[in-house]
Write a protein of this length. Structure first.
Length: 171
């Protein structure tokens, strides 16, 4: 699998992947994360315009198997953290909205997305819903530590995690 920047032509497939991910969330007991209109086409286009939308595809194909947003910079929702603390206040990368197509689930696509982010920044932050047990499992498997609770734009809580490199390594 390889990671590449998403393109305009990927948008219909990415919308399908997000719909599959929402159905999977409901199936695994996560009934409230990602409403029927989120992530929307507008959200996808905004990530695309900001240059932070990526897809994971097979080595021999450009068809998206997974999608995620990744950027290095401040995430406004991470300014305040409750019931804990960030591991550091160094510059960090942010991973958002990872979703995997049904045909790629269990094949390492989500891990490939996380590995890509780590190849770009050794100081990463991510959050997820308390009911999103599959994502929590991936986050922990990838070496992230729980750091507390943040609140997203709609006021709902998310579990916050961070993975930080040893002092002196690249950010």
């Amino acid at each position: 699998m390889h990671i590449r920047k998403a393109t305009e032509t990927d948008i219909p497939k990415l919308l399908d992947i997000y719909e599959e991910a929402k159905a999977y969330m409901r199936k695994t007991g996560n009934m409230t994360q990602w409403s029927s209109n989120y992530p929307s086409e507008e959200d996808i286009r905004e990530d695309l315009d900001r240059g932070c939308l990526y897809v994971c595809a097979e080595e021999d194909s450009e068809e998206p198997l997974a999608v995620f947003a990744f950027f290095i910079g401040e995430e406004p929702n991470y300014r305040k953290i409750y019931e804990g603390a960030w591991l550091n206040e160094e510059p960090y990368g942010v991973i958002h909205r990872i979703a995997v197509s049904g045909k790629a689930r269990g094949r390492g696509a989500a891990k490939a997305c996380m590995d890509y982010a780590e190849s770009c920044s050794r100081n990463l932050r991510i959050d997820t819903h308390a009911d999103n047990l599959p994502m929590q499992g991936l986050i922990r498997k990838c070496g992230f530590l729980p750091t507390g609770i943040i609140y997203v734009e709609d006021g709902t809580p998310r579990l916050a995690f961070q993975k930080a490199a040893a002092t002196g390594e690249r950010s």
